[in-house]
Design a protein. Structure first.
Length: 73
């Protein structure tokens, strides 16, 4: 956030630093990228059957939407 200039530093007369966010940010659930990379690598290397990889993707998708629906409650 510092590199993107989303944080501002203010100093008072006693030289105490205060940090503030310049912008609101939004966080959402996403598929963990490393899991998708593991599945992709297994597909490319043919180390796991395609049917199993599809099942892994289905489980990831179900877990994602399950977590997302619980967050809204």
């Amino acid at each position: 956030m510092w590199d993107n200039r989303l944080v501002k530093v203010f100093r008072d007369e006693n030289n105490i630093e205060y940090y503030a966010l310049i912008s609101d940010f939004y966080m959402d659930l996403i598929f963990p990228k490393y899991l998708l990379n593991v599945i992709k690598l297994a597909y490319e290397q043919r180390s796991i059957a395609n049917k199993a990889l599809i099942e892994y993707l289905d489980v990831l998708e179900d877990a994602y939407f399950d977590l997302k629906s619980h967050k809204k409650i």
